[in-house]
Design a protein around this ligand. Sequence first.
Ligand SMILES: Cc1cc2nc3c(=O)[nH]c(=O)nc-3n(C[C@H](O)[C@H](O)[C@H](O)COP(=O)(O)OP(=O)(O)OC[C@H]3O[C@@H](n4cnc5c(N)ncnc54)[C@H](O)[C@@H]3O)c2cc1C
Length: 397
Amino acid sequence: MGETGMTVLTASPAVDFYHLDADLTSEEREVRDRVRLFAQRDLLPIAQEYWDRAEMPLDLLSGLARLGIVGGSIEGYGCPGISSAAYGLALQELCRADSSFGTLVGVQSSLAMNAIYYCGTEEQRQHWLPPMVRLETLGAFGLTEPEAGSDATHLQTTAVRDGNTYILNGHKRWIGNATLCDICIIWARTEDGKINGFVVPRETPGYRAGVITGKLAKRSIWQGTIDLADCRIPAENRLAGMSGFGGTATVLMHARLGVCWEAVGSAIACYEIALAHAREREQFGRPLAGFQLVQQKLVQMLNGISLAQLATLHVSRLRDAGSLTPAMSSMLKMNNSAMAREVALHARDILGGNGILGENQVMRHLCDLEALYTYEGTHDINMLVVGREITGLSAFT
Ligand SMILES: Cc1cc2nc3c(=O)[nH]c(=O)nc-3n(C[C@H](O)[C@H](O)[C@H](O)COP(=O)(O)OP(=O)(O)OC[C@H]3O[C@@H](n4cnc5c(N)ncnc54)[C@H](O)[C@@H]3O)c2cc1C
């Protein structure tokens, strides 16, 4: 209980109105329950205080490594090779407790590791992935630049070949773990005009990262700026399996699905907290939950979450069957981020004044969801990706 007497621990198991549990394999349930235990027992009780201090609970990384989820559905290289749903449910459970921590997993696993997996050669995968699974090597994903956000294809960072090396110059912004990582996948343009990924060790001379301060969302995970000034790396660090923006887009398509699960996790937490509060809090002689307007909000929240769960599980199955498309991933991200944002707003409202207190968790989720609404393609850009798919006309290029 928080100081306001409210229940702050979310109930377990999570919302499952359409009995989706029955559609999960025993392995998927087992992964979810293992992560749920870790998240509820070790992460949730400290999430708000770390968020307030804008610090990541790095002590939990060894426990995270033991959960067997980092590397997700990648087969081999020491990765767990679990289904997309199992990995997604793991992200859901982490974000249900603390979405900054979930983002840390997303950056490591969905972005940095998947970049090496999809765009690297077999040799590069064997070299880089095993220590990343064990979290001995922390990764980051450097795509966004000060002048290239939604319009990532116009990135300006350059990579010029010089003998057995590449020399990188440019600026990156909003890069998760830029200051903490061991390696950052830097997306840069080579002399042929193509965008390529480069594995850049953070200690390389010429790599200078700084934390972006003053954030009011995802406070526990640091995003940074990166300045690359004649940053020289071995030529073998260019991800040579797939070049061109198609490689980057492939990584993002898969990573976006993880973000969809993250949104569901945060929404579930907000719904559970709001429902518990509405049942406990009495006004006008009865529980808030007994008023029609409050029930309407609760039902809208549950409806949004339940439809998102159905769609997200289904699209995860499509991914495992090899049928995921960029437009599917975009439409789901668009839907889930908007749904979660609305659920968080309703929850904040149902909690009344207590809704703005950190100890009651909802405000943290609400702020974090604002960041989720923007990263991995903003809500509107994802909508335009779907618009292009159905009309054949691009509204943004
Ligand atoms: C917390 C956080 C973590 C992040 N982590 C990473 C990371 O690890 N690595 C990384 O590379 N990047 C990361 N990003 C960057 C993120 O991907 C970008 O913020 C995102 O792509 C949007 O770019 P922008 O912020 O420059 O916004 P802009 O592109 O400037 O967009 C601003 C607004 O304009 C709208 N807009 C833009 N173009 C159009 C158009 N053609 N039509 C209609 N509307 C349009 C957008 O939808 C948005 O509403 C992160 C961002 C945040 C906030």
